[in-house]
Design a protein around this ligand. Structure first.
Ligand code: NAP
Ligand code: F7E
Length: 368
């Protein structure tokens, strides 16, 4: 019988970490993860897996330890204890907007953290493959479509830190012959997306509007374009990148792009609301043409000091070489996230899940 492989995931408690853990456990991997200490539980997305699979002897399907990417010795201890065949470095301060206020800690985690891991692998002579969670945010103001050869012109502390992490990864591959690969992933979302990213913020607060808990959704720049895929599809690409016969860098994307306005309109369409716009600049509002109800307004608080205007990924290389392609596209993604939030917030606010049919009925009665 062949020994199963061991994968170590940093950021195991995050959106992608949770889907990747499910994916790798299904493949028969032993999964090892690191979480950082928080004052409140940060394992909500993987509690169902912890309950079923965790063992404390580092021999079973799932083990987790405390470690922090800002703490080199904690990383070294985790890697030495887990002895992974593959490391997926997903841990990061992942919010672009917040990176403008927390730039130095973002750089410490997202750039120097990468160096700390790769340096440990090299110095300790650990024989493992390394996956770096690079980002389309590195392309910044480079016009779409973007692929592996597109110039990288990042606009945010997050993008700059990720670009450093990307080069640190390439350097370890080129200089030391390590199996170190970058996945350059475009935006990917899910019902497990953090609540302050724009897609989840919209589906969650829109649910609250329908349930009468809040008045409207307040947002920033509605004109940015994003190539939104599903996290569950993208973690498979991460795995495929490490199964390829040589280390390399791959763009992962759907190849479709939509504005924040498009996302809002599609959410509304799901409950038969026709969303239109009136006013200009920060006074613009989005309203329901049937009831006149204001559903969206703007607050400059959510504007960023610098913006990435348009992302659209060309993932031909991954499609051809890795035989990867996305399964969930824009409309299904919106529907999946909205249905989830109607269930979750329905339970929290009304004590029971709310169906899409019921949401349509509630939506038809909304008035200013
Ligand atoms: P996420 O939900 O924010 O998860 C990030 C994880 O990193 C969380 O579990 C977080 O822990 C952990 N973390 C943060 N700082 C840490 C530290 N100092 N030490 C150890 N762990 C730390 O992000 P995601 O959406 O899953 O994204 C996964 C990775 O892909 C990130 O590196 C992100 O930058 C990158 N990426 C994401 C996208 C996207 O659209 N989702 C696109 C391209 C690249 P806490 O729960 O304690 O905060
Ligand atoms: O913003 C605009 C905002 O925060 C998308 C991360 O996963 O993808 C993500 O970064 C757009 C931006 O994602 C609000 O200005 C308007 O133009 O959902 P987001 P992001 O910045 O694209 C990349 C690839 C990553 O790597 C990152 O880790 O939406 N926007 N109004 C808003 N954004 C937020 N968050 N909140 C608003 O109210």
């Amino acid at each position: 019988m062949t020994e199963s492989k061991t994968a170590m995931i940093t950021g195991i408690g995050g959106q992608d970490g949770s889907y990747l853990t499910e994916f790798l456990l299904k493949k028969g991997y032993k999964v090892r993860g690191i979480i950082r200490r928080g004052s409140y539980p940060n394992t909500k997305r993987i509690d169902h897996l912890i309950e079923k699979y965790e063992s404390f002897d580092n021999k079973g399907e799932l083990s987790i330890t405390y470690s922090d990417l800002t703490d080199a010795s904690s990383i070294r201890n985790a890697i030495e204890m887990f002895k992974p065949d593959e490391i997926y470095n997903l841990a990061a301060q992942s919010h672009v907007g917040i990176s403008f206020t927390n730039g130095i800690s973002t750089f410490d985690i997202n750039a120097r953290g990468v160096f700390r891991i790769l340096d440990t692998i090299r110095n300790k002579g650990i024989n493992c493959k390394y996956y770096q969670a690079s980002s389309s945010e590195m392309f910044g103001i480079s016009p779409p479509p973007q692929n592996e050869s597109t110039p990288m012109l990042p606009q945010s502390p997050y993008g700059i830190a990720k670009l450093a992490g990307y080069h640190i990864t390439k350097m370890h591959r080129n200089a030391y012959g390590m199996f170190a690969s970058n996945g350059i992933l475009f935006n990917h979302e899910s019902p497990r997306r953090g609540v302050n990213f724009v897609t989840r913020k919209i589906t969650r607060i829109f649910t609250e509007v329908i349930l009468g808990k809040t008045d409207r959704i307040v947002l920033g720049n509605l004109d940015a374009k994003r190539d939104w895929g599903f996290s569950g599809d993208y973690v498979e690409a991460m795995w495929r990148i490490l199964q390829h016969n040589e280390p390399d860098d791959f763009v992962i994307s759907t190849g479709e792009t939509y504005t924040i306005r498009d996302f809002l309109k599609e959410v509304c369409r799901n409950v038969d609301i026709n969303l239109e716009w009136k006013g200009t600049g920060v006074d613009e509002i989005g309203y329901d043409t049937n009831t006149g109800k204001t559903l969206v307004s703007i607050n400059p608080y959510y504007f960023r000091p610098a913006e990435v205007p348009a992302l659209l990924g060309d993932s031909t290389k991954a499609r051809e070489i890795l035989k990867w392609k996305p399964k969930v596209m824009f409309k299904d993604l919106v529907n999946m996230m909205l249905k989830h939030d109607l269930e979750e917030r329905g339970n929290e606010i009304r004590g029971r899940p709310v169906s899409l049919e019921e949401a349509k009925e509630l939506a038809s009665k909304l008035r200013n």
